[in-house]
Each structure stands twice: as C-alpha cells, then as structure tokens.
Design a protein around this ligand. Structure first.
Ligand SMILES: Cc1cc2nc3c(=O)[nH]c(=O)nc-3n(C[C@H](O)[C@H](O)[C@H](O)COP(=O)(O)O)c2cc1C
Length: 177
C-alpha cells in the first residue's frame, strides 16, 4: 500500500481544507494517508544548510519515505499560503537530489469564492513542476467550500464527494505507475 503524505495549506483549526482531508481519510481508508505538519519549519535560508536545521532534516526524511504527496490548500491572495510555500522551498533543495524530485503530487485547492482557487492551483502546479515533481495533470478546485459541509463538519455534497473519491483513486494509480 502506498504511503501518501498529506500537506494541508491552512493552519486554521476550523479549516475546510482539513475537513476535506478528514473526509478522504474515511472514504479512502484503504490508502495510507499520512498528514505531515510543516508549521514548525523555520523559514528557509540557504545559509543554514550547513548548520543543519533539525526540523528541515526530519521533514525531508519523512517526505523521502512517502511514495506520493497530496496537497489540499486554500487560495491565499491568488497564490499559495506562505507556510506551505516555505515547506515546498525546504523540499526543493538541496540540489541535485531535491526531496520532491520525481515525487507524484496531486493538488486540490478550495476557496470561499466561486472559482475554488484555480489561480493558486495552477500556480502551485507550476512551481512544483519547476522543482521537478511529477505533478498529476488535474485541476481540482472546490468553490464555495463553506457550503459543502453540514453543521457537524461532515461533507454533505455528494457531487463533490464523488469527484474527490475519483480524483484520489486515480491519483493512487498514477502514483504507482
Ligand atoms: C489571507 C487570505 C487570503 C485569501 N485569498 C483568497 C483568494 O485569493 N481567493 C479566494 O477565493 N479566497 C481567498 N481567501 C478565502 C479562503 O479561500 C477561504 O477563507 C478558505 O475557506 C480558507 O481555507 P481554510 O478553511 O482551509 O482555512 C483568502 C483567505 C485568507 C485568510
């Protein structure tokens, strides 16, 4: 069974992105989804590569053990939340064997607006491809994310649920090929 590391771009305890991941953990229970926290990573600074920074080392080692990465994130100002960008920067070096080189990655974005963070999604895919990742060519952007959950935080929109299940199943196949 593939180990899929999960990066949630929102740090909020009330995060809708996190609720999407919670749903997938239940619906795709045959997959080994491993949530990876990156909020303790110091900001990337090349000067510190020689020190070394223990948090970066541990994070890189854990990601090395993952067969693939699933990113679920809100759009922030038409772009990527800063903490998630820092985590990707940490994984993108040191060269020549960056830690996301050839790593299969699926990007899911969400937003409170209609478009579901499509601008951020395409932007994140672009920067991951630049860093050498094997990004799945899907544009999964969930708009009006606040409307797809019931009062208990459970996913209630069956169309979104079907779309998410199908995307993650396809991604698991993509990651194994
Ligand atoms: C700093 C910030 C920037 C945001 N920028 C955008 C944006 O560019 N486009 C958009 O549709 N929504 C934007 N939003 C709204 C978020 O998409 C929405 O709050 C989303 O639910 C946050 O995800 P979360 O619930 O996982 O924390 C922004 C929210 C914040 C806090």
């Amino acid at each position: 069974m593939a180990n899929i590391g999960v990066l949630v771009g929102s740090l909020s305890t009330r995060s809708y992105s996190q609720r999407i991941v919670n749903y997938l953990e239940r619906s795709q229970s045959f997959l080994n989804l491993v949530q990876l926290n990156f909020d303790i990573l110091p900001l990337y600074n090349p000067d510190l590569e020689q020190v070394p920074v223990v948090e970066w080392q541990v994070f890189r080692n854990v990601v090395d053990q993952m067969d693939a990465l699933l990113i679920v994130t809100p759009e922030y100002n038409f772009s990527i939340p800063g903490g998630l960008k820092n985590a990707i920067d940490v994984l993108s070096v040191p060269l020549p064997q960056a830690h996301i080189e050839k790593k299969p990655i699926l990007v899911i974005t969400d937003s409170s607006g209609e478009r579901g963070g499509v601008v951020a999604n395409t932007h994140i895919q672009q920067l991951l491809r630049y860093a050498g990742a094997n990004v799945m060519n899907e544009l999964i952007a969930i708009g009006k994310v606040q409307d797809i959950f019931d009062h208990n935080g459970e996913l209630q929109d069956s169309q979104v649920a079907t779309m998410l299940d199908s995307a993650v199943k396809n991604f698991a196949d993509f990651a194994e090929t």
